[in-house]
Each structure stands twice: as structure tokens, then as C-alpha cells.
Design a protein around this ligand. Structure first.
Ligand code: SF4
Length: 323
């Protein structure tokens, strides 16, 4: 059977393979409590992610910085759109403390788009990464960033903060980008990813399928990502978050996801996470391990001394950002 044959079988109702796991453990409650205590947002909640039960049960979540109101309005995204609140310069400290409380070894951070800010939010991004590392030196970080309008100077701020992985999602194939993404362009996102890869930091990207793309377009997207140096790709089923959002065009069969995984590896990606419920932050820790980044497996009490640092509570984060 060819991949086009696989694609031809379309499903109108949500198929069984998209059934989600409900939360069952103490970990879920703990994650919820810590996030609420530190007043943090997650893309898990704001994006109505179907994996919330599974990920929070495993004690992990993707923290969303710079508020929960986005300046863009992509047709697939459940995050609120509007005029965001001013940046909160205490947020990096709260994020760092929450990660400590959750005992995470690897964390994925993301943010809303902040086209309202002069630096698009890149300064607070960099400060958050540095504060996490200062407070939790054993933690590895994946920064899932917006495009910062592809301004190299803004992107460099994040690169200089040295997260282990920087990801930026292409979201969909070239043809569907103008229909689905607001302000962002396919070329601009590729440019962002090229800058990341050229910096030596591992570049990662993700797309959703089931939006009306063809198999050939998905394979072309893989080639485009590889051509700019992307090493990790995630591919997951698009799910319509509310009736106002772009409708699902097709529920892609698990066999097709497996085909994409195999072809992606054959084409040269170092890691391909492909499956109906895959999201960009899904199983992110496995990817960082695959990259052989040294997680060191240190517990907080085994962490090395940080030389010449002030206690975190004595640092004026706003001043630091504006330096
Ligand atoms: S896949 Fe990512 S966004 Fe979804 S629940 Fe897991 S960590 Fe959160």
C-alpha cells in the first residue's frame, strides 16, 4: 500500500487512537499546585493539550512565559489573543523556583508572541533561561521560541543564554502557512531555524498534520527543515481546539505517522517523534537524552556550587534585564 493510499482513508469522527489518558496520580495534583503557587501559565492548559493527563502524571509540564495573551491569532491555536499585560520581571524567578519544586531534570519553556514589546520578549526569554540555570544548574532546557520577526539580535539573546535545544515550530507545510499562521511566514521560520542551527545549538521543529496537506508536502517540509540544519522533528495530529478554529481535514492513521517517522530518520533527522498525540514538547526529555546531552542525573543537593553568585532573592531581575 502506498502512502497516498493510506491518506485516502479519511475519518470524520475522532478515531479511537486519539483517546486521551485521564490524570490518575499524585504527581498531577502536585504539578497543578506548584504551577498555581507560582502563578505560572502552561501551554498544556492554554493550548488545550490532549496529553495533559499523561505529562502532568509524569510530573512535567511546559511553562509558558510572558503571559497567556498572544499578539497573534493563528487559526489552529487555542491560546487567547489580544493585548497582553506588561512583562512581569519577577516571572523568571518564579519559573526557576517552580522547576526546583517540581524536581525537573529537563524543562521545555515556551511563550506567547509579544509583538507589542520592543525586543519581542527576547530579553525576558534570555533572563528566564539564565535564572533557571543559575538556580537549577543540573537542569537542561528546551526553549520553544516564537519567530521574534527573525531579527538576529533578538534571537542571539536566547542563543547566548545557552539552552540545550532551541525549537521553533514550522506548524504546517508551505502552502497552508498563509491560511493558518498569523504574521509568521514559512521562509521566516526557516531563517530562524537556520540561525539556531548555525549557532551550534540543537535546532528542533514541529508540524501538525491533518490540516489538508499531502504526503509529498510533508516530505518536502522535512527536506526544507533538514536543509537549514534542523536535527529533531515532531509530527502530530492537529485537533480543532474550539468550533471557531480551523476544522480538522483528516485524521491521519497511526501507520502514516510511523511512515513519517521512518522516512524522517532515513532522510537524516537524529530524532523523529511522530504519532497522533505528539506535540512539540511531548517526550522532550527523551530527545535531549538521545542528543547525548549530559543530564548528569544530579539531585538538587548534589548540584555543584555556583561561583560568585548572589542569592537569587537579592538579584534585581528587572535591572538585570535592562543592563
Ligand atoms: S505534550 Fe507538551 S503541552 Fe502537551 S501536556 Fe505534555 S508538556 Fe504540556
Amino acid at each position: 500500500m502506498s502512502t497516498n493510499d493510506l491518506h485516502n482513508i479519511k475519518y470524520k469522527r475522532k478515531p479511537d487512537w486519539l483517546k486521551i489518558k485521564l490524570p490518575t496520580t499524585y504527581n498531577f495534583t502536585k504539578v497543578d499546585k506548584v504551577l498555581k503557587t507560582y502563578g505560572l501559565h502552561t501551554i498544556c492548559v492554554s493550548g488545550k493539550c490532549p496529553n495533559l493527563g499523561e505529562c502532568w502524571d509524569a510530573g512535567t509540564a511546559t511553562i509558558m512565559i510572558l503571559g497567556d495573551i498572544c499578539t497573534r491569532a493563528c487559526k489552529f491555536c487555542a491560546v487567547k489573543t489580544g493585548k497582553p499585560l506588561p512583562p512581569d520581571y519577577e516571572e523568571p524567578r518564579r519559573v526557576a523556583e517552580a522547576i526546583n519544586q517540581l524536581g525537573l531534570q529537563h524543562v521545555v519553556l515556551t511563550s506567547v508572541d509579544r509583538d507589542d514589546l520592543p525586543d519581542k520578549g527576547s530579553g525576558l526569554w534570555a533572563l528566564t533561561i539564565k535564572t533557571i540555570k543559575r538556580f537549577n544548574p543540573w537542569v537542561t532546557i528546551e526553549a520553544l521560541i516564537p519567530d521574534f520577526d527573525a531579527v538576529p539580535e533578538y534571537l542571539d539573546k536566547v542563543i547566548e543564554a545557552k539552552p540545550e535545544i532551541i525549537s521553533h515550530n514550522l506548524e504546517t507545510v508551505r502552502r497552508l502557512t498563509p491560511i493558518l499562521r498569523s504574521r509568521a511566514t514559512y521562509e521566516r521560520s526557516l531563517k530562524v531555524l537556520k540561525n539556531i542551527a548555525d549557532s551550534g545549538i540543537t535546532a528542533k521543529s514541529g508540524i501538525m498534520v491533518g490540516l489538508g496537506e499531502t504526503t509529498d508536502e510533508v516530505l518536502q517540509t522535512m527536506d526544507d527543515l533538514l536543509s537549514v540544519g534542523v536535527k529533531i522533528i515532531t509530527i502530530g495530529q492537529y485537533l480543532q481546539p474550539t468550533p471557531k478554529h480551523y476544522p480538522v481535514q483528516e485524521y491521519i492513521k497511526p501507520e502514516v505517522f510511523e511512515y513519517y517517522r521512518r522516512v524522517g530518520l532515513e532522510k537524516g533527522f537524529e530524532y523523529v517523534e511522530s504519532g497522533p498525540l505528539v506535540r512539540s514538547s511531548y517526550h522532550a526529555e527523551r530527545q535531549v537524552k538521545k542528543q547525548r546531552i549530559d543530564l548528569r542525573n544530579l539531585r538538587p543537593d548534589q548540584a555543584p556550587e555556583i561561583p560568585n553568585t548572589q542569592p537569587l532573592e537579592n538579584i534585581d531581575l528587572k535591572k538585570k534585564l535592562l543592563e
